[in-house]
Design a protein. Sequence first.
Length: 194
Amino acid sequence: MKALRGFRPSAALVVATLALLVALGETSWATLSQLAPRSVGTPQLKTGAVTTAKVRNGAITSAKIRNGSITRSDLGPSARIAGPRGRQGPAGPAGSVSKLWAVSTSAGALNRSAGTVSSARVGVGQYEVIFNQDISNCVYVASVGGFIDISNAAGQQGFAVVGKKAGTANGVRVNTRSQTGAAADRSFHLVVVC
């Protein structure tokens, strides 16, 4: 003990000792931080250790998820899962679709049209539109509206009722009404699809 009492380490010895401690510490840290690939698995993980914040975006892909491991309840109420594909319906008849249309003024004059022979006002809020083909098996849709642009629609509120014109295979009858349902002259748009 007497020999240690008078011993004073030199600066070189202190530096060398510190260097040795640092080197041993780094070697130990490197050994612990460099784990063998696939050495940590499910048994080594604590419950709740892997959170959303710890998973890199795009790290989990469908190839990395075992089939059948995710259920509908895992996805939440906003998930949309496609159901089985339904039966295919019967094929429609061969041929092309005819698109006939007319835009008429409240006086019954055609403003513009396709496949339309004539348009005429036949009474208050009553119009007849004649097309250049048989439209007996077609669909008719009409709406009240300005015949040039939206600014022309002032005073055109209301609705239109459309149906087949009696006595001809090429005609449609359009009845226009005010907002209260009373017959009223209105410009309208008419579409016939066959």
